[in-house]
Structures are given as structure tokens and as C-alpha cells.
Write a protein that binds this ligand. Structure first.
Ligand SMILES: Nc1ncnc2c1ncn2[C@@H]1O[C@H](COP(=O)(O)OP(=O)(O)OP(=O)(O)O)[C@@H](O)[C@H]1O
Length: 246
């Protein structure tokens, strides 16, 4: 593998006030353009792993580096390279922004100080709306949409940021199978274009059109970390999930 884009060396992290560290002594290297699925039972530490990669948690020991930046010391620089679709996010029904506006906000981090969005930014919004199949929702208020529609808008918001690394926590939870497959295709497409995609998913049932790194967690540690061909992905995630529940 070339220089990993995500690298964790001996990482232990905890939540503020928690009695014990939640993930322990994690070593993980992920390359540019990899498509990674993180599975494992409830409470295994999957969300904690994503939050650690995003530099959101105190690191008790070890080092976390993303795109060459140290997640603890260079968090702001690192987060410019990162998209993060968090789990179960729900907009207040009275949120006063349309879908178009939510997507355009994804461009703000790329604009210079006090710069207004221009043609390139509007074109990026347009492309993301089309990719996610939500062009018809563009003038809808985000808080009035269903959970599945909001989920697609959040993914589109992160696509317009043009991240080098995209983290997604249970992005399929509110979507029907056809939509899960469509979103999986979109994410495979951006991984093919060189973006590293890391998905936490309990029950991954779409068929990715490429090799996948499957990482399975249990009790705060990694118990499986293998790159496998697409036809083995569903079976591996299901089987290891059953085994880790046992
Ligand atoms: N904010 C928090 N403060 C303290 N402990 C937490 C916090 N969030 C999670 N934990 C604990 O950390 C452990 C791992 O949680 P985490 O959410 O990372 O697991 P998960 O594998 O993503 O689970 P799930 O599939 O249920 O989302 C659990 O024991 C959980 O109770």
C-alpha cells in the first residue's frame, strides 16, 4: 500500500468522564480510494472508531493521522479533508434551510475568507443533487423531509465538500433496498475516483462493485481486517457479525 491516508497506531480512546477507554490499542492502515465497511455488534466501538478518526475524542495513547495530519494536534487542517455523515441525525422540523442551501453550506469550507459562492460551487451542488437523485427536493425545507430523504441530503452535503476521506455512520439505516444499492453505487464511484470511504454498517446488504476492506470490531478491538472481493462482502459481514454476537 502507498502511504496510508488513515493511520492509527496503538490507539486507545475514551469519552470524557467514561470509567474505561472504549477502543483499545487499535492499529489500522487504510489507503487512498479504499472502500471500507466496519461491522460488529452493538457497543463494539464502531462509532467511537469513526469519531477517533475524525479527531473528536481524547486519545489516551497512540497516534491518529489522516491525510498526513495528526488528528489531535492538527485537527482543524485535517477536518477540511474530511466528510462525516453522523448516525441518526434528525433536523428540527422548523430548520429554516432548503435542501439547496444545506448543500451550498458544504462548500463554505472551500471558499476563501468572505468569498461568495460562484459558478463552480453551484455546479458542485447540482452534481451532488443529481448523483443522489434528489434534484426534485431542492426547494424543500430540510426539516420537513422524511428520515431517508434527510439522509440522502446529508450524504450530498458531504459530497459537495469534495473530501479526501468520507466517513459514514449507518448511512443506509433509513433507506429501502433499491436506494441502499443506489447510494452504495455512488459511494463506490467516489472511491474509484480516489476518495477513501469508511462506512459503519450493522447489516450491509448492497452489492458493491469493487473490492472492499471489511473491518469487524468486538469489545473495542478489531477482530477482522481483510480486503475481499465484492461477492464475499455480504456473507463475510453477516457471518462475522453472527460470530461476534456469540
Ligand atoms: N458519549 C459517550 N460517553 C460514554 N460512553 C459512551 C459514549 N458513547 C458511547 N459510549 C460507550 O462506548 C461503547 C462503544 O459505543 P459505540 O457507539 O462506539 O459502539 P457501536 O459499535 O457504534 O454501537 P452501535 O452499533 O450500537 O451504534 C459502548 O459501551 C457505549 O456505551
Amino acid at each position: 500500500m502507498d502511504e496510508p491516508i488513515i493511520r492509527l497506531d496503538g490507539v486507545t480512546t475514551t469519552y470524557e468522564g467514561a470509567a474505561h477507554p472504549v477502543i483499545h490499542d487499535i492499529d489500522l492502515s487504510i489507503g487512498r480510494g479504499e472502500f471500507v465497511i466496519v461491522g460488529g455488534p452493538n457497543g463494539a466501538g464502531k462509532t467511537t472508531l469513526l469519531e477517533t478518526i475524525a479527531g473528536l475524542l481524547p486519545v489516551v495513547s497512540g497516534t491518529v493521522s489522516v491525510c498526513g495530519f495528526d488528528a489531535v494536534r492538527q485537527g482543524p487542517q485535517m477536518r477540511k479533508k474530511l466528510g462525516y455523515v453522523i448516525q441518526n441525525f434528525d433536523f428540527d422540523p422548523y430548520t429554516p434551510f432548503t435542501v439547496d442551501e444545506v448543500l451550498l453550506m458544504g462548500r463554505y469550507g472551500l471558499l476563501g475568507f468572505c468569498k461568495r459562492p460562484g459558478a463552480e460551487d453551484f455546479a458542485a451542488v447540482e452534481r451532488s443533487l443529481e448523483r443522489m437523485g434528489i434534484t426534485d427536493l431542492r426547494t424543500s425545507h430540510i426539516g420537513k423531509l422524511s428520515g431517508g430523504q434527510q439522509q440522502k441530503v446529508l450524504i450530498a452535503h458531504n459530497l459537495v465538500k469534495k473530501p479526501d476521506v468520507l466517513l459514514l455512520d449507518e448511512p443506509f439505516s433509513n433507506l429501502d433496498l433499491a436506494t441502499r444499492e443506489h447510494v452504495c453505487d455512488v459511494l463506490c464511484g467516489i472511491a474509484d475516483a480516489g476518495v477513501t470511504v469508511v462506512i459503519v454498517s450493522h447489516a450491509f446488504d448492497a452489492l458493491p462493485a469493487r473490492d472492499v476492506r471489511v473491518v469487524v470490531m468486538k469489545d473495542g478491538g478489531i477482530v477482522l481486517n481483510n480486503v475481499i472481493p465484492p461477492e464475499q462482502v455480504q456473507d463475510t459481514v453477516r457471518r462475522t457479525s453472527e460470530e461476534t454476537h456469540a
